[in-house]
Design a protein around this ligand. Structure first.
Ligand code: HCA
Ligand code: CU
Length: 397
């Protein structure tokens, strides 16, 4: 019997899997929320390509707004026509005139939103709570009268009077709305707070009718943590965008969300994780906004190893410092050689160069790398054969 568990993540998995293995879905809003990021504006060809890519990746729903411009209207209409697996949601204000635009696009799913916190009602909509409720319900009935599926977003839910939020959710639920979105529009929540908010709604509505989405903004860097906490309280769909683009600092990134669900939560799903790096590359090509190299999953440095002690372990077994095989998310592992490489790194570099790698030679090289005082000198992929063996081991798990 081995002294050690075969799966290096075994104990972490036990701590992590506190919720049932119920499916948590992903709605991707790159084409709606993502386009609200400064500097992001896709062409229609790009919008259609992104929709196809997201569908191939396996997201459950894709959101796009047909009311922004004539181009967006055309893009929405064309994407709806493609017959993709994912539901295509036309995202519009809770106004009959906007819903009519969605209907003109032949939408089968319409997502409407309305700010229902006092600050949104008084500064933006300039209507009372009662007027807001009447308007929202009229729109919900209008959508249903056309036989369409719908989601209603309680915009700024996290800053809404709980009694009004529950009242609105109950009303929407009784109208047979398929989904209700609970956004943390300004990114003010902490995970336990998001858990409490979603749980409060579930405790008060009949969830057999409406399912809940969570849409969390990343103003303090807690978006994904908050969204996951909302799901632990019963929400069943997280909103994402590729690379996390959105208003201000955006929402959870598709890559981080999909990997969190697949690897950390161990949720069953059909996501094609190996597409993640390419999805990110596509967005960089279309937006000309570089991905930070330290970005989780898709960043250039996400799977680089540098310190000598790390290199020594990685060369034996990458699981020592990696939670997943980088190729499974379309990224690559790299070894950074420089003053931190130590004798293990140096020995490996010598072997790659086809040189004698005795202990003495390795120590000499490690000393030389340090004395150059140039920091990092080069980065290399691991030897192909070693990479292939590691990949095969990962795939056979
Ligand atoms: C917006 C607001 C929204 C809506 C979210 C949703 C938010 O920019 O229109 O419809 O689920 O953050 O509240 O993005
Ligand atoms: Cu938003």
């Amino acid at each position: 019997m081995s002294l050690y568990s075969d799966d290096p993540n075994h104990f972490a998995n036990i701590y992590n899997r506190t919720i049932s293995n119920k499916e948590i879905r992903i709605l991707d809003s790159t084409l709606r929320e993502g386009e609200q990021h400064p500097g992001v504006a896709f062409t229609n060809k790009q919008r259609i390509q992104i929709a196809w890519l997201l569908d191939s990746f396996g997201v459950n729903q894709i959101e796009i707004s047909p009311v922004v411009s004539h181009d967006h209207f055309e893009a929405t209409k064309t994407i709806i026509k493609q017959g993709l697996k994912a539901d295509i949601l036309a995202h519009v204000r809770a106004l009959k005139s906007d819903v009519e635009v969605a209907i003109d696009c032949d939408a089968t799913w319409v997502a409407t939103y309305m700010g229902i916190s006092d600050i949104h009602l008084s500064t933006k909509l300039k209507i009372s709570r009662e007027e807001a409720k009447i308007r929202a319900l009229e729109v919900a009935d209008f959508i249903k009268s056309h036989g369409l599926k719908s989601r209603f977003t309680m915009e700024d839910a996290s800053r809404t009077d709980p009694s009004f939020l529950i009242e609105m959710c109950k009303e929407m639920n009784s109208r047979g709305i398929e989904r209700i979105s609970i956004p943390d529009t300004v990114g003010i929540m902490r995970p336990q707070g998001m858990y409490n908010l979603v749980k409060m709604i579930f405790d008060n509505i009949d969830t057999k009718i409406s399912a809940l989405d969570v849409h969390c903004h990343n103003d303090v860097g807690l978006a994904l943590a908050n969204a996951l906490a909302g799901c632990e309280a019963g929400a069943s769909q997280i909103h994402t965008t590729i690379d996390g683009f959105g208003e201000r600092t955006g929402i959870p990134s598709l890559a981080e969300t999909a990997v969190a669900l697949s690897v950390i939560y161990g949720m069953p799903n059909d996501f094609r994780l190996h597409m993640l790096k390419d999805l990110s590359r596509t967005i960089v090509a279309y937006t000309h906004i570089e991905t930070p190299e330290s970005k989780p999953i898709v960043g250039e440095s996400a799977y680089k190893h540098k310190a000598g002690t790390h290199l020594a372990a990685i060369l034996q077994n990458p699981s020592a410092y990696e939670i997943l095989e980088p190729r499974l998310v379309g990224n690559r592992r790299k070894i950074v050689f420089g003053e931190l490489a130590g004798k293990n790194g140096a020995a490996y570099l010598l072997s790659l160069l086809g040189l004698e790698s005795s202990k003495v030679e390795a120590e000499k090289m490690a000393k030389g790398l340090k004395e150059l005082r140039m920091g990092d000198i080069l980065e290399l992929y691991l030897d192909e054969r070693l990479e292939r063996k590691i990949l095969n081991d990962a795939l056979s798990k």
